[in-house]
Design a protein around this ligand. Structure first.
Ligand code: SF4
Length: 437
């Protein structure tokens, strides 16, 4: 069935499957709530994106704790008179903080298009591809609204208060950004770096900055991978919007270099598919997907909603701890951070010390234009969400679109002071020794 996204016909990667239909390997499928309840454990073991179909008498609250497992939630509009799916769309966005694709299907009238868009519905399944033109026209018919919705447009009554509201601080989406010191570390946490190891990594940073500081990104990486840390260095990649550049460089130097990918189990389905596409295209052979410890999740995030109450703790158990374990065998790691991403990254060194390891940031000085040129020159695919306004992509509940003029990471933990997940927190004592390149 044709799919409309933002007024244009769009490719539909998802396939609706009935309850008795087999699910082909690797196919992104949308299944009913009944099937999800019946086959939940089996469905979770599939190595393919999963979507959920809700009838108009099935509220999203029935699967609140599982929503982040679905790349798309498809809401049925059975008749013109049944408006329950409108409420569900709003609840998905406002109450459940669902950031995946919300789609509508069934009996949808042209006059409802704009309202669906305002509620946060991304896509609509239509019977006739020619309805794309109607969508576009409908989207531009009104500019002022009486009712608030999930979009950023102010209702008419609120326009008068615009100036006063603009001066208020934004309300945090996260209730508590408290540090995580009140939670004990996991029993199998790797030991902290010894003073001797920290001193050794500091010395290496000083020496390497002098010796390699003038090299281009590929040459710097080659020196680290082939000479200084042979068999003892890994790349950590999010497979986000710009990750392909560094990954491609690595594929040309050492396609078997360990690439650590943190699957927090809160990621967009698009990111997982993009990882697979990119890895296949550029020929990386040693991508290691690392996940949170199920014991920690059971103990600290049993409902999967910790991100909405203690984001720092959520990042700790879903990102920081798994990465600590994954990096334990290595003396050095490579990251894709850039200075142009702003905030704390604006002063990012190319070579730094962190927790007794050497950390290489080969693209620290690269601009957005340079990255774009690299993509074009090497025919690299873009992350599928980038065109939709996601300029920095992390976990689904904590990533928002970036509006024109905002900084590139403005959509991460929007409305809060949080701007990093914790894996790049460098103890003060060590940051002083960073090369500053
Ligand atoms: S980014 Fe959000 S969902 Fe992901 S680990 Fe951090 S708080 Fe949790």
């Amino acid at each position: 069935m044709p799919l409309i996204r933002g007024g244009n016909l769009a490719e539909d990667q998802w396939v609706h499957r009935a309850d008795d239909e087999p699910l082909p390997d690797g196919e992104p499928v949308i299944v009913s709530l009944d099937r999800w309840k019946r086959d939940r454990e089996t469905l979770l073991t599939r190595n393919a994106p999963l979507g959920l179909r809700l009838k108009s008498d099935q509220a999203p609250s029935q699967v609140a704790g599982d929503l982040d497992r679905f790349g798309v939630v498809a809401l049925e509009f059975p008749t013109f008179k049944d408006g329950r799916a409108f409420s569900y769309a709003k609840l998905l966005r406002d109450r459940h903080h669902y950031r995946g694709e919300v789609r509508a299907f069934g009996h949808i009238l042209r006059d409802q298009y704009l309202y669906l868009d305002r509620l946060g519905v991304d896509t609509i399944e239509v019977k006739d591809a020619r309805q794309a033109d109607e969508w576009k026209t409908a989207m531009g018919e009104y500019s002022v609204f009486y009712q608030p919705a999930a979009d950023a447009r102010r209702p008419a009554m609120n326009l008068r208060r615009r100036v006063a509201e603009a001066l208020k601080p934004s309300r945090p989406d996260f209730e508590d950004l408290a540090p995580v010191g009140d939670v004990l570390p996991p029993k199998d946490a790797p030991p902290k770096a010894t003073p001797a190891r920290i001193a050794a990594s500091d010395a290496k940073v000083r020496s390497f900055s002098h010796k390699y500081g003038h090299l281009s990104a590929p040459k710097l990486m080659a020196a680290m991978i082939e000479t200084e840390f042979t068999g003892n260095i890994a790349l950590v990649s999010s497979f986000g919007t710009e990750a392909a550049v560094l990954l491609h460089m690595v594929s040309e130097i050492a396609p078997d270099l360990p690439v650590v990918f943190l699957d927090t189990q809160k990621l967009f389905g698009e990111t997982l598919r993009y990882r697979d596409q990119l890895v296949g295209q550029i020929g990386l052979t040693n991508v290691q997907t690392v996940r949170p410890d199920p014991e920690r999740l059971r103990a600290l995030d049993p409902k999967g909603m910790l991100f909405s109450s203690r984001a720092n703790l959520c990042c700790q158990i879903r990102k920081v701890e798994p990465l600590d374990r994954a990096l334990a065998p290595y003396d050095a790691w490579i990251t894709g951070r850039k200075r142009y991403q702003g905030r704390r990254r604006a002063v990012l060194p190319v070579i730094e010390a962190a927790e007794g390891r050497v950390k290489i940031n080969p693209l620290a000085g690269w601009s957005k234009d340079l990255l774009d040129e690299y993509f074009t020159e090497h025919g690299l695919p873009r992350h599928p969400l980038e065109a939709d306004g996601y300029l920095s992509i992390g976990c689904m509940p904590c990533t928002d679109r970036v509006r024109p003029g905002e900084d590139v990471r403005a959509g991460r933990w929007r409305g809060t002071d949080k701007d990093e997940c914790g894996i790049h927190e460098t103890p003060a004592a060590q940051s002083l020794t960073s090369s500053g390149l």
